[in-house]
Design a protein around this ligand. Sequence first.
Ligand code: HMG
Ligand code: MG
Length: 298
Amino acid sequence: TGSNHVRIVEVGARDGLQNEKTLLPTSTKIELIDRLSATGLTTIEATSFVSPKWVPQLADATDVFHGIRKLPGVSYPVLVPNLTGYERARDVGATEVAVFTAASEAFNRANINATIDESIERFLPVLERAKADGVKVRGYVSTVLGCPYQGEVPVADVVRVARRLHELGCYEISLGDTIGIGTPAKARAMLHAVAVDVPMHALAVHFHDTYGQALANILSCLEEGVRVVDSAVSGTGGCPYAKGATGNVASEDVVYMLSGMGMHTGVDLDALVATGAWLAAQLGKETASRVTRARTTS
Ligand code: HMG
Ligand code: MG
């Protein structure tokens, strides 16, 4: 808290691409990550080792991870839902993974076909192996400000799941507004409640921009003290099992806002904008980043 440095966790190659209708060639995904590596980002989520039947968009996880240039000082975490995913990730040399569950039972059932408790049971062997292997584990909690199936999600449920993941050894807990329905005061109150049980330095925020509230939510969470923000270049993304959810907040817009506030990310905005514009062209759609739109249209 109080620090001027914010770490951006770039999730575009994972969250961004998992929900796109356009299937990008593996080589394009590799180029995306290599371009992102050159922008100064220090955490770039690369892909997911989930079931290819559930998320065909990321079925090439092994080839993507194998193909990217791993820059020193940059981490390339990957999502793993279970031990199978962990082993696939380790086979290709991943040194950081992320496990994911939710504060809502209904969403978890749709997304990973498990209750919250069952999902945590599946993580236990992953966390055990990771500890022995010296692999860092991040934990995601989805639906922290509402669920597409059950509606309201009590803050106490978010706190309980976040605390559990932290106790089990996740070094950082990312709080996800999966469907982007949160508003700033609610977001701040949720973060405040979680930070009573999990230290603020171990928390991150993950906003989707469905209702256009993401930057406002991030600002209120920064004021509360969070210093890690998840975002996706060009604002792509969304969870295929969260009906109606649209893209993540665009990394370009977050970096622009932070730099205007005198906060440092170490990210080169021009390079990020160029990457976002390039990605939008690859996907054949207009960028969702307002900054990239402003800087690339004549
Ligand atoms: P299941 O069908 O309940 O379980 O899926 P299963 O264990 O019976 O597995 C089914 C098949 O998948 C089997 O193959 C397994 O071998 C295989 P079959 O026998 O039918 O040929 N399998 C795997 N294959 C490759 N890698 C694996 C793996 N595990 C099983 N790791 C399961 C359960 C968890 C696997 C499935 O539900 C799944 O993969 N879900 C992933 C869904 C997903 O990726 N969602 C998006 C990420 S979460 C998100 O976006 C939210 C976030 O951004 C934060 C936020 O915004 O809130 C993080
Ligand atoms: Mg997400």
